[in-house]
Design a protein around this ligand. Structure first.
Ligand code: NAD
Length: 377
């Protein structure tokens, strides 16, 4: 069996959510990791028995690495994706694909020029609830979409930003609420409607996070070419991360998604309810066993000697329980990416596919800044 040899750039909070599924895939071998923080890269290298690099360009120089995962702060994504593609690597990047339109277009050009595969994470498309709604809409059983609403009410304490050297900044995060958190639900909603966007009118503001530059609240209206209109409201000023809501109102019924639940109601009274099975994506027992094996224990012991688990250091704590609030389906997208490489076909979410949501987010920012509607095509 051909083994894909993998390098991972960025060993922060999301690291284990990629590394563990990769470790479990039979046709993948983690060869190297990279992080500018010595403890993060050393820890990751010990857990997966691989090489550690400080400089990502040294990792990219290696001929025995086929695929690179990019898990760094947003402003580094485009640069790293393009350099990896130029080095002939296949690439899987965390969202967002970039923080500007120019960078995003350059990634698509780099993908074509180098004839490599570039995937972008949008793992919530693989949630059972999202899949059920997408299938119902695409099958035509709900008829034409008439309208859609999106509601995101989350909680981001000041400490979330205080503990990060890039969140809450325009130059490194590229925005906050929309490009980092709401991007997931905006992507799902756009994917459900499955049409080209004609124009967007939106506004954004920072209402309750004086320590950061970027937005914590946004709202707007998205008009699709077919005439469908989506209204959205998103805020990080609620008291907890409540389930995101996407309601897609159609001729023959309504598809309601509330985080990991889907309720599809037909006008004739038929109703379908889907609830995500959390064990569908992460085998908790196997994950625990991974951390209990001798080599992991040794690595963890080193970590605690370094005091990394103490003093509120946030990074490896998330490695112990990689169950972010919104979505645990990375494993499914990662499987699709490698199965596509194996079969020589494009994965579900390529840079070209991710671009459709990227330009939506960029247009929201542009409209918010100019206070004008922004046309997309
Ligand atoms: N899909 C999801 O649900 C999801 C969830 C969380 C984070 N993310 C994404 O994952 C990415 C990383 O987020 P995170 O929460 O892990 O951030 P983080 O700050 O915890 O980790 C980023 C890591 O990148 C390292 N880094 C910075 N500059 C580097 C460089 N030049 N070379 C090598 N390493 C460098 C940092 O030292 C840090 O360890 C972001 O794009 C974020 O949006 C996605």
């Amino acid at each position: 069996m051909k083994k894909f040899r993998v390098g991972i750039i960025g060993c922060g909070a999301i690291f284990m959510v990629h590394a563990y599924p990769l470790h479990m895939l039979e046709n993948v071998e983690i060869k190297a990791v990279c992080d500018i923080k010595p403890q993060a890269r050393e820890m990751a290298a010990r857990l997966f028995n691989c090489d550690a690099y400080e400089n990502y360009q040294d990792l990219l120089k290696r001929d025995d690495i086929d695929v690179v995962h990019i898990l760094t702060p947003h402003y580094l994504h485009a640069r790293m994706v393009i350099e990896a593609a130029n080095a002939g690597k296949q690439v899987l990047s965390e969202k967002p694909m970039a923080i500007s339109m120019e960078e995003a277009r350059a990634e698509i050009e780099a993908q074509k020029r180098n004839n490599v595969t570039i995937g972008v994470i949008s793992q919530n498309r693989y949630n059972s609830a999202s899949v059920a709604i997408k299938e119902a809409l695409d099958s035509g059983s709900l008829g034409k979409v008439l309208g859609q609403r999106i509601l995101l009410s989350w909680f981001k304490p000041d400490s979330y930003y205080a503990n990060s050297d890039w969140h809450g900044t325009w130059d490194k995060e590229g925005g906050s609420l929309m490009i980092d958190q709401a991007i997931h639900v905006m992507d799902l909603a756009r994917w459900f409607v499955n049409d080209e966007i004609e124009s967007i009118q939106a506004s954004f503001d920072n209402r309750n996070h004086p320590s950061i530059e970027t937005e914590d609240t946004a709202e707007g209206l998205i008009k699709y070419k077919s005439g469908v209109q989506t209204v959205f409201f998103a805020t990080n000023n609620f008291s907890y991360n409540s389930p995101v809501v996407v309601e897609t109102h159609c001729e023959k019924g309504t598809a309601l998604m509330e985080f990991d639940r889907a309720q599809i109601t037909y006008n004739d009274g038929k109703e379908i309810n889907i609830i995500n099975n959390p064990n569908d994506t992460l085998d908790e027992k196997a994950y625990e066993a991974f951390f209990n094996q001798t080599s992991s224990q040794v690595a963890m012991k080193t970590l605690s000697e370094w005091g990394v688990f103490g003093g509120g250091a946030p990074i490896p704590v998330t490695w112990k329980t990689p169950r972010p609030y919104w979505g645990v389906t990375h494993i499914k997208q990662i499987r699709n990416f490698y199965a596509s490489l194996e079969a020589g076909v494009q994965p579900d979410i390529t840079v070209a596919e991710a671009f459709k949501t990227h330009e939506m987010i960029m247009a929201i920012y542009e409209s918010g800044r100019t206070r004008q509607p922004v046309g997309l095509h």
